[in-house]
Design a protein around this ligand. Structure first.
Ligand code: NAD
Length: 293
């Protein structure tokens, strides 16, 4: 805009003055041109379901970026493999806890132990553990209800129990980040997967609700990542030819992803610089959910 702003532009600029963010008067650190950090060095994180697939890759990337990582999963053997893998390259950067996320009391106890071991600091929570049990909605009562209850416990209830247990410590962080892993099953779905689809859609609702409720603290963001078809333990039983035909038919990029490709997005959301992304539902799916035909 050149010359003197007219009356209406002036009013708009006045409104902008009022709305200036808390960053407006913060200078860039010495030697840098911008204000927000892209470093995760020294942060502390919890990753659930970290023994396999996307959780494992997320834990590894966080460790590569200088984050102290609590690796949580079902079995001691699974946890130990990942802790050793990380500590071999970054000595002391990972610690492991067995935690069945369907067990609320265990979640609360583990979160307390992890936060104590981190000296009271917790910056990042990755709610990643999940299951897909399949089965038809009209199977016999016992099998349907057992699968439904288990799926709701692991894919939905656990996430809110973790958030409730972690937020008090995370409020002390300068840039706290919660990432909930849902699925493209939030947007689209197939047959015989009611519990999975229902819980993954519910995760995006939980994220939005938490984002509104926690927004007033200004230091903490909550977002959902929705992976498309990814090569992990969860999809290991799908034969390669079925994976290929599905990807060619449904995914514009015509392939499944490596779990690291999702984990890199998850970690990007955790940067201090990702400070205004809040309550978002982010597909990481090779374009699957935007394809019309
Ligand atoms: N693979 C895909 O195509 C895909 C697509 C969309 C979303 N997802 C979601 O991504 C997340 C990660 O899954 P993945 O694909 O890496 O699968 P994965 O099976 O490789 O890893 C899931 C991990 O969660 C752990 N887990 C399962 N139940 C648990 C419990 N009760 N307590 C603690 N840990 C438990 C497993 O032991 C495993 O290590 C899940 O939430 C899944 O629903 C996966």
């Amino acid at each position: 805009m050149s010359g003197t702003p007219d009356k209406y532009a002036r009013q708009a600029l006045d409104r902008l003055d009022i709305l200036q963010s808390h960053l407006t008067n913060v200078p860039a650190p010495a030697g840098r041109l911008t204000k927000l950090s892209r470093s995760l060095q020294g942060k502390k994180a919890i990753v659930t379901g970290a023994a396999s697939g996307m959780g494992r890759e997320t834990a590894k990337i966080l460790a590569d970026e200088g984050v102290q990582v609590a690796v949580l999963d079902l079995t001691d053997a699974g946890v130990t493999v990942v802790v050793d893998e990380i500590n071999k390259v970054h000595p002391g950067r990972a610690q492991g806890w067995t935690c069945d996320v369907a067990d609320r009391q265990r979640i609360k106890a583990v979160c307390k132990e992890v936060i104590e071991s981190f000296g009271g600091q917790l910056d990042i929570l990755i709610n990643n553990a999940g299951i897909s049990l399949g089965g038809g909605a009209f199977d016999d009562d016992e099998s349907f209800e057992t699968r439904w209850d288990k799926t709701v416990a692991v894919n939905l209830n656990a996430l809110v129990i973790f958030i409730r247990a972690c937020v008090p410590a995370m409020l002390k962080s300068e840039a706290a980040r919660i990432v909930n892993i849902a699925s493209t099953e939030h947007f689209v779905t197939g047959p015989a997967n009611a519990a999975y689809s229902a819980t993954k859609s519910a995760v995006t609702g939980l994220t939005r609700s938490m984002a509104v409720e926690l927004g007033k603290y200004q230091n903490i963001t909550v977002n959902t990542v929705c992976p498309g078809p990814i090569i992990t333990g969860m999809t290991a039983r799908i034969p390669p030819e079925l994976k290929e035909s599905y990807a060619k038919r449904r995914v514009p990029m015509r392939r499944y992803a490596d779990p690291e490709e999702v984990a890199q997005v998850t970690v990007s959301i955790c940067l201090p610089a990702s400070s205004y992304l809040h309550g978002a539902t982010i597909p990481v799916d090779g374009g699957m959910t935007i394809r019309h035909t």
